[in-house]
Design a protein around this ligand. Structure first.
Ligand SMILES: Cc1cc2nc3c(=O)[nH]c(=O)nc-3n(C[C@H](O)[C@H](O)[C@H](O)COP(=O)(O)OP(=O)(O)OC[C@H]3O[C@@H](n4cnc5c(N)ncnc54)[C@H](O)[C@@H]3O)c2cc1C
Length: 437
């Protein structure tokens, strides 16, 4: 087998964008039969689903320009419409900015009382639970932020660090950061009701990445990488094929990458095993119209609904809205600390809740349902995570191996950040072997 200068494991956003921007011969090995990774779309019953609610936005102008250029004439932009379902009512997202809309005056007063006047307590917090209490006060924490985040992260929030909150939680935003070499890098802003988002004008979110393949190097599908020999610079796949490489970039989950490498030190393997993930069941409901003019996303802290987030995918573009059937995705987080109910039960409880909440006309409106299981859904920012990822990279990179992407870098990043990382690594790898900048 001829050697590829650059071999990439995984045809998700990170692997595809790297292949697209790399100035040399490259090949992607992909385990699945199609591109897109977690950004794939699924169709059944005439409706279009993503693997959880997906929409596109980016603080990086070059990434926005790239995607708009790729999707030229096939792009649909709109303002995000997200709500919180709270005590039987829909109020605007995010909860902490919508206390005036809470119907129960006692609860509203509770949320206002004790609201911190400075960020000192939040700034001093070292875990998510303390950060939430410190930033929003006891009322907002107790009524929504703690139950919601416990549902999403599926573990004790004191085990979760708060290094990611500025990009994700309204009230913590930072506009830009300065790198050690003085460059100013724009930071992702937490989504609000005023955020502008984009989606393919036809079909699902995965269309962005299918389109990207026309600009990529060759992709070999059904190639599940199972072992890596650093001395021979080769990988083997489950089917027995061998592929040689000059440099290897992996976007597969970091613990799986390390355990595939012959001779990986036991200390690195043991550390990587301590990386934690939130797994996700995506309950996909095909609903025969008419569906109420639903918001795009509804966030739910109540334990009556297994999902913390519901995405009404038919609202993603005019084309999807015009279909006679509509796609609803309910995202249910699970972990060893919070096991998921059986799929049948998840479907039944979700459908009953949606009908009770008036978000579908009746349970009979659901004409087909499926559940997709994402073992790797959200990487968890435990206190140990940065040191584990840094140690793995410090061992891999001198051996010609890079690990990037959501589970390659174990980073809570969206597809736009994965594209950005792919583009940045392509530029870095332009330098001759051994002289990477
Ligand atoms: C519920 C949910 C909602 C989200 N919402 C949004 C959103 O609104 N907007 C947004 O932009 N992003 C969103 N994201 C994030 C986005 O899906 C990911 O950030 C992005 O897909 C990560 O890209 P990646 O290339 O790093 O990894 P992946 O998409 O995970 O791709 C990795 C690829 O590697 C392949 N692979 C794995 N192991 C092997 C192996 N051993 N051999 C060969 N191939 C292998 C996989 O099959 C996969 O195709 C969401 C994610 C989730 C889970």
């Amino acid at each position: 087998m001829a050697r590829d200068d650059l071999l990439i494991i995984g045809a998700g956003p990170a692997g595809l964008s790297l292949s697209m921007a790399y100035d040399g011969s490259s090949r992607i090995l992909e385990r699945a039969g199609e591109v897109g990774g977690l950004c794939r779309s699924v169709s059944f019953g005439g409706a279009v689903f993503d693997l959880g609610g997906h929409s596109f936005h980016s603080p990086h102008p070059e990434v926005m320009d790239l995607v708009e250029d790729l999707m030229a004439g096939h792009w649909s932009g709109q303002r995000r419409d997200a709500r919180v379902h709270f005590q039987g009512e829909l109020i605007d997202y995010p909860f902490q900015n919508s206390i005036d809309q809470i119907a129960d005056p006692i609860v509203a007063a509770d949320c206002r009382r004790g609201a911190p006047t400075s960020t000192a307590a939040a700034d001093a917090a070292t875990n998510l639970e303390d950060w939430i209490q410190g930033r929003f006060g006891e009322g907002v924490a107790r009524h929504f932020m703690l139950p919601y985040n416990r549902k999403l992260w599926a573990r004790d929030l004191r085990r979760v660090s708060c290094e990611w909150v500025s990009e994700r939680i309204a009230g913590a935003e930072v506009q830009a950061v300065k790198t050690p070499n003085g460059a100013v890098v724009p930071k992702r802003q937490p989504l609000r009701s005023t955020s502008e988002i984009g989606y393919p004008a036809e079909g699902g979110f995965g269309g962005i990445f299918k389109t990207m393949t026309s600009r990529c190097g060759p992709i070999s599908f059904d190639q599940d990488v199972t072992s890596i020999d650093l001395n021979a610079r080769s990988v083997r796949t489950a089917g027995g094929a061998t592929w040689n490489w000059g440099r290897l970039v992996s976007t597969m989950p970091l613990p799986l990458l390390l355990s595939a490498i012959d001779g990986c030190p036991a200390s690195l393997l043991a550390a990587a095993d301590r990386l934690e993930t939130v797994s996700m069941k995506i309950v996909m409901l095909c609903v025969a119209g008419p569906v109420a003019d639903a918001p795009q996303r509804v966030y739910v802290a109540s334990p009556d609904m297994p999902a913390h987030k519901i995405a009404f995918n038919h609202t993603s573009s005019p084309n999807l809205r015009s279909r006679p059937v509509h796609a609803i995705m309910a995202e249910v987080a699970y972990s060893p600390d919070k096991p998921a109910p059986a799929d049948d039960e998840l479907i039944a409880t979700s459908v009953d809740w949606l009908a009770d909440a008036g978000l579908i006309s009746s349970t009979a409106a659901v004409v087909e349902a499926r559940v997709v299981d994402l073992v790797h859904g959200y990487p968890v920012y435990t206190h140990e995570r940065p040191a584990i990822v840094a140690a793995a990279r410090a061992w891999l990179e001198p051996r010609g191996v890079h690990t990037i992407g959501r589970f390659g870098a174990w980073a809570y990043v969206n597809s736009d950040a994965c594209i950005h990382e792919g583009l940045k690594l392509a530029a870095r790898l332009k330098a001759p072997w051994g002289a990477e900048v």
